[in-house]
Design a protein around this ligand. Structure first.
Ligand code: C5P
Ligand code: MG
Length: 192
């Protein structure tokens, strides 16, 4: 299997790039943010639990997020690999991901971090907010809180996989096509 973690702050282009990468490498894209939004739209118990956290730009508790991710992996036994987008967001989630993949006799192939500066992030997300319909994309305070949580809780995930020799930094600024080419160059160099 090829299991990629697409990593980076909110608005760094993870979803956009995952859509292109899943076609090229024939992988299943799992976006935990999209799963939450689907559940909120359908007002499921999971969506109701997640809502208050997401509306403040905070992390949903691990117990909820990890179970949701695990179910999605367990219900797709035949795929060649995954692109994880928005997960793991902290060290505990990383340890669980490793165990979930280990049960499949597999592991994380590589983590790809899209680097984008905070001011560019705020600009991009406010722009996305005009059409995304997401309340958390339309308030600068919430956007900056999401960035702060990324720096405090999520960036240690980079170091966690770096210790395993799996983390890679990619310049996330430039055109969609330019960033895609940079990602492909790294992915093609990974040990699979
Ligand atoms: O990944 P994305 O930016 O779409 O996630 C939107 C929101 O969903 C996050 O700001 C956070 O509130 C919540 N989330 C989370 N834990 C994850 C993924 C998303 O709490 N692993
Ligand atoms: Mg996204």
């Amino acid at each position: 299997m090829t299991n990629l973690i697409l990593f980076g702050p909110p608005g760094s282009g993870k979803g956009t790039q995952a859509d292109k990468l899943k076609e090229k490498y024939d992988l299943l894209h799992i976006s935990t943010g999209d799963l939450f939004r689907f559940n909120m739209k359908n007002d499921t118990p999971l969506g109701q639990k997640a809502k208050s956290y997401i509306s403040k730009g905070e992390l949903v508790p691990d117990s909820v997020t990890i179970d949701m991710l695990r179910s999605r992996v367990e219900e797709t036994p035949d795929v060649q690999g995954y692109i994880f987008d928005g997960f793991p967001r902290n060290i505990n989630q990383s340890e669980h991901l490793d165990k979930i993949l280990e049960k499949r006799g597999s592991s994380v192939t590589g983590l790809l971090m899209l680097e984008v500066a905070e001011e560019e992030i705020v600009k991009r997300i406010l722009n996305r907010g005009k059409t995304s319909g997401r309340a958390d994309d339309n308030d600068e305070g919430i956007i900056r809180n999401r960035f702060k949580i990324y720096q405090e809780e999520t960036t240690p995930v980079f170091d966690y996989y770096d210790k395993q020799g799996k983390s890679h930094k990619i310049d996330g600024q430039g055109s969609i096509e330019e960033v895609f080419e940079r990602l492909c160059t790294v992915i093609d160099s990974l040990k699979k």
